[in-house]
Design a protein around this ligand. Structure first.
Ligand code: CP
Ligand code: NVA
Length: 309
């Protein structure tokens, strides 16, 4: 609500920022993370308020946004469907108009992407996607920063996606198109990525493999996600059957580059989408990946509210 706000920008999908803006955000994240580790105060968002709206469960997204905003000097309002008028059918447009007059920034975790798009269209302040059925851009932001920390630039590298053609897979495809890497996609039949839902322009940044082992061959990063995402619980039993061969195993990791990393956005189900030996093994960087949600989102909130510093 400060008159010094930069032009209104939302972060609703990965493609909302340019490659140059991502380069800036990754540099800024490293600075913010270093300050955090050194217990150095960094409070550029003093007096700013973040509203967090959760229509689905969360651990990492809630803690990272809430702790992150306090660390930046601001404060947080936490809303869920059950404890607000959102659950009693107040139109999303009206909610957006009201909430965005009272806070400086809004983070939403919800179902259809159209819902967050409608909220953003009627919001006076930046809106951040904290996960929808279609996308999870904050997670991919953290995953990319984690890759860069461990291995350097991801440009020209290969990421193997083993599992559901879901919000994470869609967002990986947007990132590959923008940042110049390739995704090897292996999903069970009937659970493929839909390029039009993923919102990518061409099929050049990904290759499809029927066999997950082949998708992993030569990959620099192997990644997966739950077989059943939030909102799809009714399909759980059918999915368990369909996905039985899409468990990231030590054999799949052995097919990848010798220094390949393993990532999972968490929460994970050991023995379903990933073997315990892999997620708890030496190539796994899942805890760094989870921690980095905090640091990348602090950089993102700072960027959306203050622009480049
Ligand atoms: N990865 C992730 O978004 O975790 P939560 O569902 O716990 O927020
Ligand atoms: N694809 C998962 C990610 C959870 C963080 C879901 O949408 O439930």
């Amino acid at each position: 609500m400060s008159p010094a706000l930069p032009a209104l920008r939302h972060y609703l999908q990965f493609s909302d920022l340019s490659a140059a803006e991502y380069a800036y955000l990754f540099e800024r994240t490293a600075v913010i993370k270093r300050k955090f580790k050194a217990y150095e105060k960094h409070q550029p968002l003093a007096d700013r308020t973040l509203a967090m709206i959760f229509e689905k469960a969360s651990t990492r997204t809630r803690v990272s946004f809430e702790a992150g905003m306090y660390q930046l000097g601001g404060s947080v309002v936490h809303l869920t469907t059950g404890d607000s008028q959102l659950g009693r059918a107040e139109p999303i447009e009206d909610s957006a108009k009201v909430i965005s007059r009272m806070v400086d920034l809004v983070m939403i975790r919800t179902y259809e992407q159209t819902k967050i798009d409608r909220f953003a269209q009627h919001s006076r302040v930046p809106v951040i996607n904290g996960l929808t059925n279609e996308f999870h851009p904050c997670q991919i932001l953290a995953d990319l920063f984690t890759f860069i920390e461990h291995r350097g630039s991801i440009a020209g590298k290969t990421v193997a996606w083993v599992g559901d053609g879901n919000n994470m897979a869609n967002t990986w495809l947007q990132a590959a198109e923008l940042l110049g890497f390739t995704v090897h996609l292996s999903t069970p039949s009937g659970y493929e990525v839909d390029q039009s839902v993923a919102g990518i322009r061409s099929g050049q940044s990904y290759k499809v493999f029927a066999d997950p082992m082949q998708a992993c061959e030569g990959a620099d990063l192997v990644t997966t996600d739950v077989w059943t995402s939030m909102g799809f619980e009714a399909e759980n039993e059918a999915r368990k059957k369909a996905f039985a061969n899409w468990c990231v195993s030590t054999e799949m990791m052995a097919a990848a580059q010798p220094d390949a990393l393993f990532m999972h956005c968490l929460p994970a189900h050991r023995g379903e989408e990933v073997a315990a030996d892999v997620i708890d093994g030496p190539q796994s960087v899942v805890w760094d990946e989870a921690e980095n949600r905090l640091h990348v989102q602090k950089a993102l909130m700072e960027f959306l509210l203050l622009g480049r510093l």
